[in-house]
Design a protein around this ligand. Structure first.
Ligand SMILES: [Fe+2]
Length: 384
């Protein structure tokens, strides 16, 4: 298996706003192989995907310090993409426009509002905070990540340009992903899609009902016009004509707001809480000579004590659910009063519980259980 991060090619690294030092990252290539026990092991790392000179291929047979530093650089580059694009952009930012359009264009008693509110309740507040404090000039990202200082926004722009509603087709995208995440996600995808389909079929008897629902069409128009102007024009339709299109869109929004966000956010402290293994800010350029890497070079490259503490604090905060968290399948707000709809919600609650039983059963036979997507760890919405 080969992982390619040329996504980062040419993305600028910042100067630390307090320390006034230059940050560094790379755009690496990684080759992995699956060993006989089913674990992935790194075989080779090249730190720049497009550079021809002074771009050695690092392997486990190199001097230990050189291999260690190459792995740190890979993890650091991967951390920029995971935190900024996979997490912030592809769960927070792509669901927020729908939350805004829902409030501005759909009345409170419309089934679309009552159905989606559970999953889009807090995202506007969370993203406002992220824009004001985290990705803003001099904010958290500038202080803890190598691409802070503007590169982080460039990275997100590149990601948004590539986004399309096809990215809401999770089973298609999952062919590329790792096993625990993939297997559990497919279980959730099936029950979320069933839950959405049953609600849509309850309130829309025909495709014509979808096309003629002026509030739904206003919601689509507003989401596209104000939320996706960065994406190419054909990436999100501005009008829905069919029930299947509505089911696809709502399933995607709910999945990204719940399961996908949990998969990106829950492991954060387990990964970035160990800054030497996954440093998201590096203070020296990538090594170009395998023979001359000393432990002093490694220490000078890693974040210093204050930066490591900041990385640990941020990742801990982002992976800790708030006290009033609502988990997928829970409905503390009684937004539906129709018995037929309540029955669908209750069935969804049971379906999610059954997924928990399946994951626990599967985990018994795994050396390293994958627990990030157990129902008790999957919020119904984005809160952090
Ligand atoms: Fe988040």
């Amino acid at each position: 298996m080969m992982l390619l991060s040329n996504y980062l090619e040419g993305v600028p690294c910042g100067n630390h706003p307090i320390l006034k030092t230059q940050n560094y990252t790379c755009a690496p290539l990684l080759v992995l192989y699956c060993n006989t026990e089913g674990f992935l092991e790194p075989l080779a790392i090249q730190l720049f995907s497009n550079k021809k000179e002074q771009n050695p291929v690092f392997t486990p047979k190199d001097p230990p310090n050189a291999w260690l530093l190459a792995k740190m650089f890979f993890n650091s580059a991967n951390g920029q993409i995971q935190q900024l694009n996979e997490h912030l952009l592809f769960t927070h930012m792509v669901t927020e426009p729908f939350a805004i359009a829902l409030r501005r264009r759909v009345s409170r008693n419309h089934p679309l509002f009552r159905f989606m509110f559970t999953h889009l309740q807090h995202i506007i507040a969370v993203d406002s905070y992220a824009r004001g404090v985290m990705i803003s000039t001099g904010g958290t990202i500038d202080r803890v990540m190598s691409t802070g200082g503007g590169g982080h926004l460039e990275l997100m722009k590149r990601g948004f340009k590539k986004w399309s509603i096809e990215d809401f087709d999770v089973p298609k995208c999952l062919a590329k992903r790792e096993y625990g995440y993939r297997d559990d996600s497919l279980l959730y995808w099936a029950v979320i899609k069933k839950y959405v389909r049953r609600i849509v079929e309850l309130y829309y008897k025909s495709d014509q009902d979808v096309a003629n629902d002026s509030e739904l069409q206003d919601f689509m128009e507003e989401s596209k016009k104000f939320g996706f102007s960065y994406a190419d024009d054909d990436k999100l339709p501005s009008k829905l004509e069919k029930k299947t299109e509505l089911i696809h869109l709502l399933t995607g929004i709910i999945f990204m707001s719940s399961v996908q966000h949990a998969a990106e956010g829950n492991p954060m402290f387990d990964i970035y809480g160990n800054p030497p293994a996954h440093p998201v800010l590096l203070r020296q350029p990538a090594p170009t000579n395998k023979e001359k890497v000393s432990m002093e070079d490694i220490m000078n490259t890693l974040p210093d004590q204050d930066l490591m503490c900041a990385q640990m604090a941020v990742s801990h905060t982002l992976s800790t659910p708030p006290a009033d968290e609502v988990f997928l399948g829970e409905f503390p707000m009684k937004l539906f009063t129709e018995e037929s709809a309540i029955k669908i919600l209750e069935e969804f609650t049971q379906d999610v519980k059954d997924i928990g039983k399946k994951i626990n059963e599967r985990n018994k036979s795994w050396k390293v259980p994958y627990e990030y997507l157990l129902p008790e760890n999957v919020p119904a919405r984005i809160d952090m």
